[in-house]
Design a protein around this ligand. Structure first.
Ligand code: ME8
Length: 557
C-alpha cells in the first residue's frame, strides 16, 4: 500500500476533525500522535515524497450550537456568539497540536469559506445525479453522537429516557421533512470493496473490517442494514451549519459537511486530477466510535460524486461502480480503540477526562507521546489511562536510553577505549566479545524490522523492537563492565563503538515517536545529517563491522 504507490503523489494522512464543544482530552491527543508518528515515519523513509497531514475542527451542528449557548458567550447584539465560541476552542485544539509537536500541514475548519464551496459543490453534484431526495424522516436523534438511530438501536432506561445501545447517549424522537441521501444504493459496491481479496484489509486492524461488513449485512433484529440517511435538518431545529443549496429552510447535516473536509482540505473541487493534491487519502486515522461514518458514508458519497448517476447505478455491477469512480476511495482506515478512565470511555460529554496539556507539562511531551504510542499502539482493545504506568514507561526509557548513553560515554571509558583502539593493529574486524557481536547484529537489523512493523501498522511492535535492542545493549554493557580495570582496552573500545552505533540506530528509529529526544540524542553523538537518515541506518544491515568503527566524540547534555 505504500511502496507500490506513486511517489509523485503526496502521501496524505488525516485525523478526524474534532468538535470544539469542550477542551480536548488525552483521547484526541492520542489520535493526533498516531497521525504524527505515521507522518514523520513516512517523511523518514520516503524523504523525497511530500507528506500532507490534515487535522482540524468540526464546527457545525446542534452539539456546538448548544455548547455555545450554554457557554453564555454573546455578541454585541445579544445573540449567542457561536463563531466566537468555535474560534476560541478551535485555537485550543490547534495549540494542543503545536505543543505536542504534531507536524500537520493543514489545520482545517468547517467554518472556512473554501470548505463551504466544496460542500455546496458536492451537494449540487449529488442532487443532479439523483442521489438526493426529499422525504419524511422519523428516528431517534442523539445530539452527543450527532446521528439518528433506529428503534432497535435504542433502549429505554429505568427513568424513562431513551438511549443509544451502542454509545449510551440520550436520544430524542424526531419526525421531520429532510433531504435524504441514497446510501442504500451503495451497499453491494461497499461489500465488494471491503471483502475483495487484497493483501491488506482496507480497515485496519482487520477486526474492524469485519465490523464494517457486519454493518453492511442485511437487516437483523438489532441492525437495520444499510438504509438511506437524512443529510439535512430543518432550519427550525438547526441554524448553525451550511445552508442547503437552493433551500434556505434546511441546514446540511453536520456529518455530511464534516466528512468533506478531507477533500476540501486538499483543495477540492480540484481543477485537475485529485492525485496532484494528494487524493485519495493514503491513511485515515479514526477512533472506532466513528467507523460507520468513515467506512460507509464517506466512500458512498465519493462513489456518488464521481461514479455512475443513480439511474444507471442499479444496472452497474459492484466492481464496475468502484472502477468507474474518478475520485478514489481512501486507501486505509486505521481504526483504534479507546482510552478509558477506570474502564469508562473518556469523553468530553461525560467529563471524566485526562488533560493532555497538564500531562505533557508534568512528564514532558515526548514521554506522553511515547506512552500513547507504546500502550495504545495495538489499536485492538481499549486501554486504561494510568499515571503510574506512564511513570514506569518514562523511567524505563530514561534508563535504557539516557542512562545508557552516560554509562558508555563516560570519560573513563572514552580514555580506555582510545588505548584499546591503538592496540588494535589488525583493524579489529573480529569481535572480541560475543555480546558485542550479538548487539551489533541486532542493532543493524533493527531498522529493517521497524520498517516491517510500521508498514504493517503495528506501531507498538515497532517500539518494542527498539526497546528489545536497547535492553540487550544495557545487558551487554552490564555484563562486559567496560569501566572495570580488568577489562581489556580493546574490548572497551569495541563495546563503546557498538554501543554508540546502537544508540545511533535507536535514535533514528525513534524519530517518529519522540522527535525531540531523538534529535538531542543524535546531536549528542555528533552525527552528520547523512548519518541520521533512514537510508544510512537501513544500509547497516549486513555491513561489516570494520566500516562502522569510527565514532566521533560524544557531546553529553
Ligand atoms: O467525532 N480514546 O469528533 P470528536 C481514544 N467531529 N480516542 C478518542 C477518545 C478516547 N477516549 N475520545 C475521542 C467527532 N477520541 C467528529 C469527527 S471527522 C470528519 C468528524 C478521538 O471530537 C478519536 O479519534 O467527538 C475519536 O474518533 C475522535 O476523537 C472523536 O472526536
Amino acid at each position: 500500500w505504500s511502496s507500490t504507490s506513486d511517489p509523485s503523489k503526496p502521501y496524505y494522512i488525516t485525523t478526524p476533525i474534532f468538535y470544539p464543544n469542550a477542551k480536548p482530552h488525552i483521547g484526541h491527543l492520542y489520535t493526533l500522535v498516531l497521525g504524527d508518528v505515521l507522518a514523520r515515519y513516512r517523511r523518514l523513509v520516503e524523504p523525497q515524497r511530500e507528506v500532507k497531514f490534515l487535522v482540524g475542527t468540526d464546527e457545525h451542528g446542534l452539539k456546538i450550537q448548544q455548547a455555545a449557548a450554554k457557554s453564555g458567550k454573546t455578541r454585541e447584539d445579544g445573540a449567542v456568539d457561536v463563531q466566537g465560541f468555535c474560534d476560541e476552542l478551535s485555537e485550543v485544539f490547534k495549540n494542543l497540536s503545536k505543543s505536542a509537536n504534531i507536524s500537520y500541514t493543514t489545520f482545517a475548519r468547517t467554518t472556512q469559506d473554501r470548505h463551504l464551496v466544496a460542500v455546496e459543490h458536492v451537494w449540487r453534484t449529488l442532487n443532479e445525479k439523483g442521489f438526493i431526495y426529499k422525504g419524511e424522516y422519523e428516528g431517534w436523534y442523539s445530539v452527543t453522537d450527532e446521528c439518528f438511530y433506529t428503534t432497535p438501536q435504542v433502549t429505554e432506561t429505568t427513568d424513562g429516557t431513551h438511549i443509544s445501545k451502542e454509545t449510551g447517549s440520550t436520544v430524542e424522537w424526531s419526525k421531520e421533512y429532510n433531504y435524504m441521501f441514497r446510501l442504500s444504493a451503495f451497499r453491494d459496491a461497499l461489500v465488494h470493496h471491503y471483502s475483495s481479496n487484497k493483501d491488506v484489509t482496507t480497515v485496519f486492524p482487520s477486526q474492524y473490517n469485519s465490523v464494517v461488513l457486519g454493518m453492511l449485512s442485511p437487516a437483523s433484529t438489532d441492525e437495520p442494514g444499510l438504509v438511506d440517511i437524512s443529510i439535512s435538518r430543518p432550519r427550525s431545529r438547526l441554524t448553525w451549519g451550511i445552508t442547503v443549496p437552493e433551500d434556505p429552510e434546511h441546514t446540511v447535516y453536520v456529518w455530511f459537511d464534516a466528512l468533506l473536509i478531507y477533500l476540501s482540505g486538499v483543495g477540492y473541487p480540484w481543477s485537475g486530477a485529485g492525485a496532484q493534491a494528494g487524493w485519495p487519502a493514503d491513511m485515515q486515522i479514526i477512533g472506532k466510535d466513528i467507523l460507520r461514518f468513515h467506512a460507509i458514508y464517506l466512500p458512498a458519497i465519493l462513489l456518488a460524486l464521481s461514479g455512475p448517476k443513480y439511474s444507471e447505478l442499479v444496472a452497474t455491477p459492484p466492481s464496475k461502480v468502484l472502477e468507474a469512480a474518478s475520485i478514489g476511495l481512501p486507501k486505509r482506515l486505521l481504526t483504534h480503540a479507546h482510552w478509558t478512565v477506570s474502564q469508562a470511555k473518556m469523553s468530553k460529554s461525560v467529563g471524566n477526562v485526562v488533560d493532555p496539556i497538564h500531562s505533557m507539562e508534568t512528564y514532558g511531551v515526548d514521554i506522553v507521546r511515547y506512552y500513547l504510542a507504546r500502550v495504545g499502539g495495538r489499536f485492538r482493545d481499549d486501554v486504561d489511562w494510568s499515571f503510574e504506568q506512564l511513570e514506569n514507561h518514562s523511567k524505563q526509557l530514561q534508563s535504557l536510553l539516557g542512562n545508557y548513553l552516560l554509562r558508555v560515554a563516560s570519560a573513563r571509558i572514552t580514555a580506555s577505549a582510545a588505548v584499546g583502539r591503538d592496540q588494535l593493529q589488525d583493524g579489529g574486524e573480529a569481535f572480541l566479545h560475543s555480546l558485542n557481536e550479538e548487539l551489533f547484529q541486532a542493532a543493524t537489523k533493527l531498522p529493517g524490522k521497524v520498517q516491517s512493523s510500521m508498514e504493517a501498522l503495528e506501531v507498538a511492535d515497532a517500539l518494542v523492537e527498539v526497546l528489545d535492542v536497547l535492553k540487550l545493549a544495557n545487558k551487554a554493557v552490564t555484563d562486559i563492565a567496560p569501566w572495570s580495570k580488568a577489562c581489556d582496552p580493546r574490548v572497551v573500545y569495541e563495546t563503546r563503538q557498538t554501543a554508540l552505533l546502537t544508540l545511533r540506530v535507536a535514535g533514528v528509529c525513534l524519530k517518529p515517536f519522540v522527535p525531540e529526544t531523538s534529535e538531542r540524542l543524535l546531536e549528542a553523538l555528533g552525527l552528520s545529517e547523512a548519518e541520521k537518515t533512514w537510508e544510512s541506518v537501513l544500509a547497516l544491515d549486513g555491513s561489516e563491522r570494520k566500516k562502522e568503527r569510527e565514532v566521533k566524540a560524544v557531546r553529553l547534555f
